[in-house]
Design a protein around this ligand. Structure first.
Ligand SMILES: Cc1cc2nc3c(=O)[nH]c(=O)nc-3n(C[C@H](O)[C@H](O)[C@H](O)COP(=O)(O)OP(=O)(O)OC[C@H]3O[C@@H](n4cnc5c(N)ncnc54)[C@H](O)[C@@H]3O)c2cc1C
Length: 383
């Protein structure tokens, strides 16, 4: 094996929202990368995703904002809030990439640092080996790259979420609002995507029976309709008429703020982004947008260092890359700590039935974070 051969300058593990956005951001800065995705095609699990002002700013930097705005209606409120079909977002990001950037069927099973070159080595499920100068772990909640850093696995929340899309060929008639309905232990959220398509989610605490219930879409739908007997007929009808292939069931996972505070996010020229770094509960609808922000900051920091050093000296380049990654982590750490703390507190608030506890958490959020929507006003800056 030729130990000095480098297959790729920048290898991104994972072709989800964050991995594709990072590849696109690097491309727009003139940097070539490769996205190694374990699946055989692009995945868009989870039906749809709410994107707020901060996420739209990042999408504008990536050059896909104007096109995506046409696919999602503006939801009423003080911030720009639209709900995108995940497949629209993933396809828009992938479409902007040069051919051959995404490599499907590349499952990374472990990552190490080559003792001789100090650059990362990725081991594939089929015994193959990939060498890169920089590895960006955008491989989601069960990240192999994060594990290789010694990051603790994300925690499991007691909340589960079911999500889906319902198409109304003659128009849905919902107003352009984010509707939330709570009934007993169920929280139902409804957000229109366009005039004919509605995204909805149903949250509740996990029950022992959940481990026995099949995740087959028909079974999922039947169980949800049964749970929603006491809801208004138009809401149960919405679930009854949902598109089967859009349904998903998720056990919520998160990295606690104190885990993030103590974590180390760089080893040699490897780092993590998106859920691999900071998976959080869906209570603010910010996980995906935070991954888009990561992409912009990561590309900006790496590009700045590469522009400063055009030499072909590997040692200098490695130092530059390490410096760029450190700047990325420095810039992102406060932001993700704030976001995950707010998400954690909002999750606690939604999970309590005690009004006193709820008011106390609300007061804490107000005192420490001011306007509860300030997280959506964040600007990750230019690429
Ligand atoms: C119920 C729920 C609702 C949510 N709602 C919102 C919302 O409204 N708004 C919002 O902004 N965010 C929301 N989020 C969060 C958002 O979905 C995630 O933050 C976002 O999808 C994470 O993107 P990612 O690219 O980091 O990870 P992922 O989307 O998980 O992508 C990781 C990719 O890496 C690949 N991969 C994994 N392991 C390997 C490997 N070993 N080798 C190669 N490839 C690998 C996977 O196949 C996948 O394609 C929600 C999350 C949940 C759970």
């Amino acid at each position: 094996m030729n130990i000095s051969k480098i297959d790729y300058e920048i290898a991104i593990v994972g072709g989800g929202i964050c991995g594709l956005a990072t590849a696109l951001a690097l491309h727009r800065k003139g940097l070539r990368s490769v996205v190694l995705e374990r699946a055989e095609s692009l995945r868009a699990t989870g039906a749809a995703i709410g994107v707020w002002t901060n996420g739209w700013r990042a999408l504008d930097q990536l050059g896909v904002g104007p096109m995506l705005r046409q696919k999602a209606m503006l939801i009423r409120g003080k911030e720009e809030h639209r709900c995108l079909k995940r497949s629209d977002l993933i396809e828009a990001l992938a479409h902007g990439l040069p051919p051959q950037t995404i490599r499907f069927g590349f499952r990374i099973v472990s990552v190490e640092i080559d003792q001789l070159t100090s650059f990362p080595v990725l081991n594939l499920h089929n015994g193959g080996v990939i060498r890169a100068k920089v590895v960006l772990g955008c491989d989601g909640v069960s990240s192999i790259v994060a594990k290789s850093f010694g990051l603790k696995p994300p925690r499991i929340s007691p909340i589960i979420e079911r999500r889906g899309l319902t198409t109304y060929p003659k128009g849905h008639g919902f107003s352009n609002e984010f509707i939330r309905i709570t009934e007993k232990c169920l929280l139902v959220g409804i957000v229109p995507i366009d005039d004919k398509l509605v995204f909805w989610f149903i949250d509740r605490p996990r029950l022992p029976r959940d481990s026995r219930v099949s995740r087959e879409p028909e079974v999922l739908k039947e169980a949800m309709v049964e749970e929603m007997k006491d809801f208004p007929a138009e809401i149960t009808e919405m679930v009854k008429n949902s598109d089967l292939d859009s349904l998903s069931y998720t056990q919520i996972r998160y990295r606690a703020p104190w885990d993030l505070l103590l974590a180390r996010f760089r080893i040699a020229t490897m780092t993590v982004a998106g859920d691999a770094m900071h998976v959080m509960g869906p209570f603010l609808g910010q996980g995906g947008s935070a991954g888009l922000e990561d992409a912009i900051v990561l590309a900006r920091c790496l590009a700045k260092e590469i522009c400063l050093d055009q030499s072909s000296n590997d040692r200098n380049l490695r130092i530059r890359f390490e410096f760029g990654l450190d700047n990325y982590i420095k810039e992102r750490k406060t932001r993700i700590l704030m976001l995950s703390t707010t998400t954690y507190l909002v999750g606690l608030m939604l999970g309590t039935s005690s009004t006193a506890k709820m008011l106390l958490i609300l007061a804490i959020v107000r005192i420490f974070f001011g306007n509860p929507f300030s997280h959506a006003q964040y600007d990750c800056g230019h690429l």
